[in-house]
Design a protein around this ligand. Structure first.
Ligand SMILES: [Zn+2]
Length: 169
């Protein structure tokens, strides 16, 4: 992946294919590339900067570069159990040696969603997260989530309320 200031090597490609290319970067990676990628939810790509993608069969220049807003994937039943609704945000307390509270964690509801928090590497590294572990999602006014440790790109968490527990591995 090449930008005006630099490049990123060995970039992971994720499917399934979408109608538009989406390039999810951390802020650090965007700075390395020399682009001002906006903070967006997945799929909100209008007006996003371009990069050049180089692969075994050639190269393509495409827009779609964003810094993905941190978010919690959950199903409608998860949301009902937690008392949250689409469009709301939650706070995520990270109980790590570099304890951090992440605000404005978006909710991404889908019928087949696996209950997971998605952070980028900047957020995870700043909070001192490592490995892959489970945490506890606590029901409260405004719904604060609490995780003890998470993988930088996929944190698994489980609601505390009986009947809505949904451990994911
Ligand atoms: Zn996600």
């Amino acid at each position: 992946m090449v930008g005006p200031r630099g490049r990123l090597e060995r970039v992971r490609v994720l499917g399934p294919c979408r109608s538009r290319n989406q390039i999810e970067l951390s802020r650090t990676e965007a700075i390395r590339l020399g682009i001002d990628a906006p903070l967006r939810l997945s799929g909100h790509l209008d007006g996003t900067p371009e990069v050049t993608l180089i692969g075994p069969s050639g190269s393509v220049r495409t827009d779609g570069a964003i810094v993905a807003q941190r978010h919690l994937h959950l199903s409608p039943s998860d949301a009902a159990g937690l008392g949250v609704a689409p469009g709301q945000e939650i706070d995520l307390e990270l109980d790590t040696p570099r304890a951090t509270v992440l605000r404005h964690v978006a909710l991404r509801l889908a019928d087949d969603a696996v209950l997971e928090v998605h952070l980028d590497t900047d957020e995870a590294n700043a909070a001192g997260l490592s490995g892959d572990a489970e945490g506890v999602l606590q029901r409260c006014p405004g719904c604060a989530a609490r995780l003890r440790a998470v993988h930088p790109t996929a944190a698994h968490c489980a609601p505390t309320a009986p009947g809505v527990r949904n451990d994911q591995t």
